[in-house]
Design a protein around this ligand. Structure first.
Ligand SMILES: [Zn+2]
Length: 425
């Protein structure tokens, strides 16, 4: 009797251990982290069928970010619901919980629907995403290395989050610069460009020092803060997205920008630059850096001037750029119908269109920074920061207009000849 009892106990123990081990060895896939987004349809053997979670998106979009656990030593095939889900260099992969990312492929032209991943023996937690996920944690890390920078709060989001506002430079300066990103929350590469712009301002270089002295910066890194943290698509959000809200202003962030930008930029000549990412891949305009052109002659001229400066600056930089990359208003998707989708519906207005109505705004524009590939060059944290630094240098050149006395600059100075001192090693 005693022996039978011991045998039963042993059997129960083995069963329990077996179940626990099976549980442990079962591949777990989820998007339960900041910026996470995935729907897993099935896991059959080594094949995972999945798709992006579209939530409140009108139509289709492609953003995903998920983590895989308990897959050490296995090779899994990830298959999306259809083509044009995976970017030009494959998914971005993070092995450190989302702190750093690398594309799966060194080359563009990656399969747009599926990828295979060999999990090493220590790959306990691997994240995959459309590109380099950037959330508040990344912004906080950037700030923590630069204790001089202190963010304030633009407003509370609908879900009660603080929407960050960074003020930098000289509040009394005669020039201003408004930088925004994530009107479409999935468009994360924009934030690395903003990091580069801020790095240049703080660098102590000739351009950086001039900007810090003569420009007041107003930076909103996450316009759709809730969407960034919750991993939404954001683009084409119902009833309309944040960058179609400048007429109706149903979102607190847009109401705050419309109120606070004119106050902060009062009596300043300023640049308003809103950074975006285009569609996922392919075609002339998704794998190249470009600016969708404005409608007004004043802003067409301003964009041309800024673009010429940027073209010169990007020569020799990682991401190629030419003024002729830009998409003029009236061509491709960049038409009036893009802002008035339904006949008889309330008109919609984008941020740059609103900013262009502000009398002292010298240039209101957007740039589209691809998710992974720009004419064969890699778009990543490094190349985007380099682009940001060059954009900052262009701000300085741009703000010097002929016939205006420039603070700290001789009237006739040739800006193109101003060089930074060689970088200290
Ligand atoms: Zn966008």
């Amino acid at each position: 009797m005693k022996n039978a009892f011991v045998s039963l106990a042993l059997l129960c123990g083995l069963l329990f251990l077996g179940t626990a081990l099976a549980e442990e060895s079962r591949v777990a896939i989820d998007g339960d982290f900041a910026g996470g987004n995935i729907k897993v349809d099935s896991i059959e053997g080594d094949v995972v069928n999945l798709r992006p979670d579209l939530r409140d998106t009108r139509g289709d979009w492609f953003y995903f970010a998920f983590r895989v656990r308990h897959a050490q030593g296995r090779t899994l095939q990830f298959v999306f619901d259809h083509d044009n889900r995976v970017g030009a260099r494959g998914p971005a992969v993070s092995l450190d919980g989302g702190k750093s990312w690398k594309f799966l492929s060194d080359k563009p032209g990656f399969n747009s629907r599926q990828f295979r991943y060999e999990f090493g023996p220590d790959d306990k937690d691997v994240r995959f995403a459309t590109s380099f996920v950037y959330t508040q944690a990344d912004w906080d890390r950037f700030l923590s290395k630069r204790p001089r920078l202190k963010t304030s709060v633009l407003c509370k989001s609908r879900k009660g989050r603080d929407v960050e506002l960074l003020r930098l430079g000289n509040a009394e300066a005669r020039f201003g610069c408004v930088l925004t990103a994530r009107h479409h929350c999935c468009e994360m590469m924009a934030n690395f460009v903003i990091e580069g712009i801020l790095e240049e301002v703080l660098s102590g270089s000739g351009d950086g020092a001039w900007l810090a002295e003569n420009v007041s910066l107003f930076v909103v890194p996450f316009v759709d803060k809730d969407g960034v943290e919750e991993g939404d698509q954001g683009k084409n959000r119902r009833p309309h997205d944040h960058n179609r809200d400048y007429h109706q202003a149903i979102y607190p962030e847009i109401r705050a920008i419309k109120q606070q930008v004119p106050e902060a930029m009062q009596a300043k000549d300023y640049i308003f630059l809103d950074l975006h990412c285009p569609w996922l891949r392919g075609g002339r305009y998704n794998e190249a850096l470009y600016s969708p052109g404005p409608e007004s002659p004043k802003m067409i001229a301003a964009l041309k001037r800024f673009s010429d400066l940027l073209e010169a600056r990007q020569k020799g930089a990682i991401i190629p750029y030419k003024e002729s990359n830009n998409l003029p208003f009236g061509q491709g998707w960049n038409t009036t119908s893009n802002y008035n989708p339904a006949p008889g519906a309330q008109p919609q207005m984008a941020s740059k269109t609103w900013a262009a109505t502000q009398e002292n705004c010298l240039w209101a524009g957007t740039f589209e920074v691809p998710y992974a590939n720009a004419e064969g060059a890699v778009v990543d944290d490094v190349s985007c920061r380099e682009l940001g630094r060059n954009m900052a240098k262009c701000f300085r050149q741009f703000l010097r207009q002929p016939g205006r006395p420039q603070p700290g600059m001789p009237e006739e100075a040739d800006f193109s000849a101003v060089q930074d001192p060689p970088a200290r090693k």
